[in-house]
Design a protein around this ligand. Structure first.
Ligand code: THG
Length: 366
């Protein structure tokens, strides 16, 4: 593919200087911001992510801050997950839906306190919907995008690297919890979370000015751990079944179709604007759903949906695919119709390089 032309619309991040110095070889655009996709090669990055530790510039996971007396009420309007028992210090993975139950985003919600939340968004302009609801319902909240840029530490040595910079307190942070820890006299939210199955942390870097100092401190402290700049890995995330909004699900899908029913408690999510619509569809159950798909032979880059066929009948589509070195097969995420979603169902997938044999599974490679 040709180069991507830089401009002010395509936002740099507080870590872009470090990312470039580390030799980034490819970017995608996510929330109108640069997101690295490859440093050495996707395969080398994959091996290193699973064996060592990486620092990821995931600034593109922008925050929608909701602040004020109606903050909790507004956040609950956005999601069918019941947030009434969410505590300060917790992060929740939350499907967010419109009034039809269609997925608008699948962010991580961070509760700073009862009247202040961050919504750490996937790739859609969620802030406009949030602002629209706040205005339309005359809520007593401010909705904006703060100067907060997540930096992830991911991989088996993530605890050691994070501890070297933030102290041993990081080791006690539980999954999807955060602590406020100091860096250069600033208090930062450090959560045990991240877009890989290798474990690690996300630092919500508040203030662009400390972006490069923190990046450099991590690279320095991690020398003995073979730390490298990295990024969400297209192979590892498909193996792990981590969904990508805009790829694996869109506004056309409900959370149940996306396989996110386990993050919904629609009955008790009073105030969710999609509640009635979702209660209706949940009664019937979805007629298509996300599945793991094994594909025989090598697969090309997946930049469009590939039809899943039973003979000459289309019964679904592959939405993300990669060649897995560890499992020595094509791994994929697909949306499959109910008639064909049982484990072991054999189908054909129409890749741009020709048809491939595919098998449906109900668990990912993890
Ligand atoms: N971290 C933060 N913000 C984000 C992402 C992130 N915003 C964009 C994008 N990623 C949002 N999507 C996801 C998708 C999956 C997960 C988190 C955000 C995730 N899922 C775990 C899983 O499926 O195994 C488990 C979640 C749980 O059990 O609660 O981590 O990565 N800050």
């Amino acid at each position: 593919m040709a180069m991507i032309s830089p401009s002010r619309r395509l936002r740099r991040t507080p870590f872009s200087d470090g990312v470039e110095a580390a030799g980034v070889k490819g970017y995608t655009v996510y929330n109108h911001m640069l997101l690295p996709t490859v440093f050495r090669s996707v395969e080398e990055d994959y091996r290193h992510l699973k064996d060592a530790v990486q620092v990821w510039d995931v600034s593109c996971e922008r925050q929608v801050e909701v602040r004020g007396p109606d903050a909790a009420r507004l956040i609950q309007m956005l999601t069918p997950r019941d947030l009434s028992k969410m505590q300060d210090g917790q992060c929740f993975y939350v499907p967010m839906v419109d009034e039809t139950g269609g997925m608008l985003n699948d962010p991580v919600a961070v509760k700073l306190n009862e009247d202040r939340f961050w919504i750490s968004i996937a790739d859609s302009d969620l802030i406009m919907w949030v602002k629209g609801l706040a205005y339309g319902f005359r809520l007593d909240v401010l909705v904006d995008e703060p100067d907060v840029s997540p930096l992830a530490i991911q991989g088996p040595k993530a605890d050691d690297l994070a501890a070297a910079v933030f102290g041993d307190a990081v080791r006690d942070i539980r999954f999807f919890r955060y602590k406020r820890l100091e860096f250069q006299g600033r208090s930062l939210v450090v959560a045990r979370s991240g877009y890989s199955k290798q474990g690690g942390f996300e630092i919500y870097v508040e203030g662009s000015d400390i972006g490069m100092p923190l990046w450099n401190a991590l690279m320095e402290a991690g020398k003995s751990m073979d730390v490298h700049a990295g990024c969400p890995n297209g192979i590892e995330r498909v193996e792990g079944g981590l969904l990508s909004y805009g790829n694996d699900m869109t506004r056309e899908n409900t959370p149940h179709e996306a396989g996110l029913g386990r993050f919904c408690s629609t009955e008790s999510a009073l105030g969710c604007v999609g509640r009635d619509a979702l209660l209706r569809v949940a009664k019937e159950g979805p007629v298509q759903q996300v599945r793991a798909i094994e594909i025989l032979g090598t697969v090309p880059p997946c930049d469009r949906a590939w039809p899943l066929m039973d003979g000459d009948r289309q019964v679904g589509q592959v939405t993300s695919a990669a060649n897995s070195p560890d499992f020595n097969t094509g791994v994929a995420i697909g949306m499959v119709r109910m008639t064909h979603w049982d484990t072991g169902t054999e189908l054909d997938v129409m890749t741009p390089d020709g048809p491939r044999a595919a098998t449906v599974y109900d668990t990912f490679w993890i």
